[in-house]
Design a protein around this ligand. Structure first.
Ligand SMILES: Cc1cc2nc3c(=O)[nH]c(=O)nc-3n(C[C@H](O)[C@H](O)[C@H](O)COP(=O)(O)OP(=O)(O)OC[C@H]3O[C@@H](n4cnc5c(N)ncnc54)[C@H](O)[C@@H]3O)c2cc1C
Length: 403
C-alpha cells in the first residue's frame, strides 16, 4: 500500500473528466424531457454504449480499480448528470454485480454480456428481490423456486415488485426461496434467460422522481429455467443449505451472504446521492452569485452564504464517508462499524436536505420546472429508500455498535 492520498490518479482523473463530459453534454440537456416522458431513455443508453460507458468492460474496470474509488467516482459523475437517466445506465450493473458476486465463471461469461447487448442493439438487466410483502424484511420473501430433478429445471412462482428494469430486461436475476425453514438463509438467485415463458411485467409504477428509470412488478408463473441458471450451482447451494441447517439446529447465528453483499454495494448508492447533491449545490451557488435583490447578489447575505457553506461541507463529508467505505471494501477490510451503511445513510440524507436548500436559494424559480433543482429534489428522495432505508441503515449501524 502506497502513501496516504485522497487525490485521484491521472487515469482516474481522465475517466472522471470523460464521464463529466458525457453527463454535461448528453445527459443534462435531455434530463427534463425524459423526466416528463417517464420512459427508459434508450437513445441515451445507446449513445453511452457507443462511447463505451454502457458496457461490462467499463463497469468491470471501475469495479476492479485497486484504490476502490473507480465506482464511486463514476457514480458521482453520472448522477451529477441526471439521476433518472443514470439509473437507467447503471441499473444493469447492479444486476451484473449479483452474477459477478455469486455466479460461476461460466455463468458470468454467458449471462453478463447478454445483460448489456451491444452498441447496435442495447439490452438492460434487472435484479428482482423485493416483493409486495418483503421490502426491508427480506426474510418474508415468498417467491418459491422448486427443483424438478427429472428435468434438471427450477420452477419459479411469485410476484416481485419495484424492480428497476423489471419486465423490459433481457436477463432478470431473481431471488427466490429454496428452503422456507431457513428464512433469508434459504434464498438463492436465479438467472431467467431472455424470452422465458411465464415471466411477465405487472404494473409499471409512476414515480415521484428518477422517472426516466423504469420500475415495475415482475410476475413469475411456472417459470422454468434450466438447472445451470442457479447462480453458483447446485453443489454450492446444497453445501450452503446443509451448513445453515446445522447452525440453525445448534442455535448459532449465521452470517447472511446476501446482507454482506448489500453492505458492500451501499457506498455506490451513497456516491449516487453525492452526485445529485453536488449538482443541486452547484446550481444554487451559481444562482446565488448572479441573482440580485436589494442591490446586491443574494450570496452577499450571510443567511444565504451560510446555507451554501453547510451544503458544501456536508457534500464533502458524505463523499469522504463513501470513499472510506469503498476503499475498505476493495482493501478487504471488514465493515466492523457498518461503515458501508454509514456512508449510504449520511450521503442520502445530505442529498435530501441539500436539494431542498437549493430550491430555497432559487426562490420561486427553484419551485418551477424551468430550473433543475426541483427535479433533483424529487430524485434525491429515492436514496433514503432503496438499497435499505435510512431506518434500516441505522439498525445495521447500531447493531454493529452494540456488538
Ligand atoms: C424506484 C425504486 C427502485 C427500486 N429498485 C429495486 C430493484 O431493482 N430491485 C429490488 O429488489 N428492489 C428495488 N426497490 C425496492 C426497495 O429496495 C424497497 O422499496 C426498500 O427496500 C424498502 O422496502 P419497502 O418499500 O417495502 O418499505 P417497508 O419495508 O415497508 O418500510 C416502510 C417504512 O418502515 C420503515 N421500517 C421498516 N422496518 C423497520 C424497522 N424494523 N425499524 C424501523 N423502521 C422500519 C422503513 O424504514 C420505511 O420508512 C426499488 C424501490 C424503488 C422505490
Amino acid at each position: 500500500m502506497g502513501e496516504f492520498t485522497l487525490e485521484l490518479n491521472e487515469d482516474q482523473k481522465q475517466v472522471r473528466d470523460w464521464l463529466h463530459g458525457f453527463a454535461a453534454d448528453v445527459m443534462r440537456p435531455a434530463a427534463a424531457e425524459w423526466d416528463e416522458r417517464e420512459e427508459t431513455p434508450w437513445p441515451i443508453i445507446q449513445e453511452a454504449a457507443k462511447l463505451g460507458i454502457y458496457s461490462l468492460d467499463f463497469y468491470a474496470q471501475q469495479f476492479f480499480d485497486p484504490t476502490g474509488l473507480g465506482i464511486p467516482m463514476a457514480m458521482e459523475e453520472l448522477f451529477w448528470g441526471d439521476a433518472g437517466i443514470a439509473l437507467s445506465i447503471v441499473g444493469t450493473g447492479l444486476a451484473a454485480v449479483g452474477v459477478l458476486a455469486n455466479g460461476t465463471e461460466e455463468q458470468i461469461g454467458t449471462w453478463v454480456p447478454q445483460m448489456y447487448g451491444d452498441a447496435n442493439d442495447v439490452k438492460v438487466a434487472a435484479f428482482c428481490s423485493s416483493e409486495p410483502d418483503a421490502g426491508s424484511d427480506v426474510a418474508s420473501m415468498r417467491t418459491r423456486a422448486v427443483y424438478d430433478e427429472a428435468k434438471d429445471e427450477w420452477v419459479l412462482n411469485g410476484t416481485k415488485t419495484w424492480a428497476t428494469n423489471g419486465g423490459i430486461a433481457n436477463v432478470h436475476v431473481v431471488v427466490a426461496v429454496v428452503d422456507p425453514e431457513l428464512g433469508s438463509k434459504g434464498h438463492a438467485s436465479f438467472i431467467v434467460p431472455p424470452n422465458t415463458p411465464g415471466l411477465s411485467q405487472g404494473q409499471k409504477f409512476q414515480k415521484h422522481g428518477i422517472r426516466a428509470s423504469h420500475t415495475a412488478e415482475v410476475v413469475l408463473e411456472d417459470v422454468r429455467v434450466p438447472g445451470h441458471c442457479l447462480l453458483g450451482g447446485k453443489e454450492k447451494l446444497d453445501d450452503r443449505l446443509a451448513r445453515a441447517r446445522e447452525k440453525a439446529k445448534s442455535g448459532e447465528r449465521v452470517k447472511n451472504a446476501a446482507m454482506a453483499t448489500f453492505e458492500a454495494s451501499r457506498p455506490a448508492v451513497g456516491a449516487m446521492a453525492v452526485g445529485t447533491a453536488r449538482a443541486a449545490y452547484e446550481v444554487a451557488l451559481d444562482y446565488a452569485k448572479t441573482r440580485v435583490q436589494f442591490g446586491r447578489p443574494i450570496i452577499e447575505n450571510q443567511g444565504v452564504a451560510f446555507q451554501l457553506a453547510d451544503m458544501a461541507t456536508q457534500i464533502d463529508a458524505a463523499r469522504l464517508l463513501v470513499w472510506r467505505a469503498s476503499w475498505m471494501a476493495t482493501a478487504g477490510k471488514p465493515f466492523t462499524a457498518a461503515e458501508g451503511s454509514m456512508s449510504k445513510l449520511y450521503a442520502s440524507e445530505v442529498a435530501k436536505t441539500v436539494t431542498a436548500q437549493a430550491i430555497q436559494i432559487l426562490g420561486g424559480n427553484g419551485y418551477t420546472r424551468e430550473y433543475p433543482v426541483e427535479r433533483m429534489h424529487r430524485d434525491a428522495a429515492i436514496y433514503t429508500i432503496f438499497e435499505g432505508t435510512s431506518e434500516i441503515q441505522r439498525m445495521v449501524i447500531s447493531r454493529a455498535l452494540a456488538k
